[in-house]
Design a protein around this ligand. Structure first.
Ligand SMILES: O=C1O[C@H](COP(=O)(O)O)[C@@H](O)[C@H](O)[C@H]1O
Length: 242
C-alpha cells in the first residue's frame, strides 16, 4: 500500500523527501563494507533533492553511492544530462560528496552498449541480490504527465522487460530519444521507492494512477517487499480524495 504525503510548497516537499531518505538510512549498517545506494531521477526531482540535501545530517555521505534510475545518452556538458544537473546543483552543496560517488553512464558508447556497460557497473556495487537482481536501498522517482517513470513510457515494449537490470531506449517519446533506464523488475526489488510529483500538470495523472488504478508505467512500481511513498505538493494532489 502506497503512503501519500503532501507538502504545501516546494520546501515542504524537500523536507518530506529528506525525511523519507533518512528513514530508510536507519535500516542501513554504515559499519559494513557495502554502500548505501540511492537511485536518482532527472526532470524536476533534482531541485527538491539538492535543496533538501544539506538537511540530511544523519547520513554519512561517504558511504553513499549514487546511481541513475535513468539517464539521457548525451555528453555530460549537455543541459539534458541528468548527471550534469546533479554535478552543478548537488555535489557543490554537500560537504564531502564527490563525483566519484556517482556511477555514471559512458556517453561515448552506442545506446545498447551503454545500457550493458551501466548494468555491469551496477553489478559491481556489492548490493544485496534477489536472484539476478540487485536490491537497491532507495530509488527516487519522478513521473511525467503521461504516467512515465524513469524512461519507461506508456505502451512501450520495455514495460515487458523481465530479465535485464538496465535497458536501452532509442525512441523515447520525450527528447532526447536515446536513454538508458532501470527496468520494472529492479525497481520492484528496491527497499524503498519514493516518487516526487508536483504541480498542476500532474493532478490528472495522479488521480488516474492513485485513485482510479488505471494502468500507467508509474503505477506499475509496486515494490515486492519494500516501501512505496508518493510525495506530492498541494496542486498535484488537488484531485485526490484523501
Ligand atoms: O524525462 C524524464 O522525465 C521524468 C519525469 O520528469 P518530471 O520533470 O516530470 O518530474 C523523470 O523522472 C526522468 O528521470 C526523466 O529522464
Amino acid at each position: 500500500m502506497a503512503k501519500i504525503v503532501i507538502g504545501k510548497d516546494g520546501d515542504e516537499v524537500s523536507s518530506h523527501l529528506c525525511q523519507a531518505i533518512e528513514k530508510q538510512y536507519e535500516s542501513y549498517d554504515p559499519s559494513g563494507s557495502r554502500p548505501f545506494v540511492i537511485g536518482l531521477s532527472g526532470g524536476s526531482l533534482p531541485k527538491f533533492f539538492a535543496a533538501g540535501a544539506p538537511q540530511m545530517t544523519k547520513i554519512n555521505w561517504n558511504k553513499v553511492k549514487f546511481i541513475f534510475c535513468d539517464e539521457r545518452l548525451v555528453s555530460f556538458d549537455d543541459p539534458e544530462s541528468t548527471f550534469k544537473v546533479y554535478r552543478e546543483t548537488f555535489i557543490s552543496k554537500v560537504n564531502g560528496v564527490t563525483k566519484d560517488q556517482f556511477v555514471v553512464i559512458d556517453p561515448t558508447k552506442d545506446v545498447e552498449a551503454c545500457a550493458q556497460d551501466y548494468q555491469e557497473q551496477l553489478a559491481q556495487l556489492d548490493s544485496p541480490q534477489d536472484g539476478s537482481f540487485p536490491i537497491f536501498d532507495v530509488l527516487l522517482l519522478g513521473m511525467g504527465p503521461d504516467g512515465h517513470t524513469c524512461s519507461l513510457f506508456p505502451g512501450h515494449p520495455l514495460l515487458d522487460e523481465q530479465s535485464r537490470i538496465v535497458a536501452s531506449i532509442s525512441d523515447s517519446p520525450k527528447p532526447p530519444p536515446n536513454r538508458v533506464t532501470l527496468t520494472l523488475p529492479v525497481l520492484n526489488k528496491a527497499r524503498a521507492c519514493i516518487f516526487v510529483s508536483t504541480g498542476e500538470g500532474k493532478k490528472e495523472i495522479l488521480k488516474k494512477i492513485l485513485e482510479d488504478k488505471e494502468d500507467f508505467p508509474a503505477g506499475r512500481v509496486k515494490p515486492e517487499t519494500g516501501t512505496l511513498t508518493w510525495i506530492l505538493d498541494a496542486p498535484a494532489a488537488s484531485l485526490l480524495k484523501l
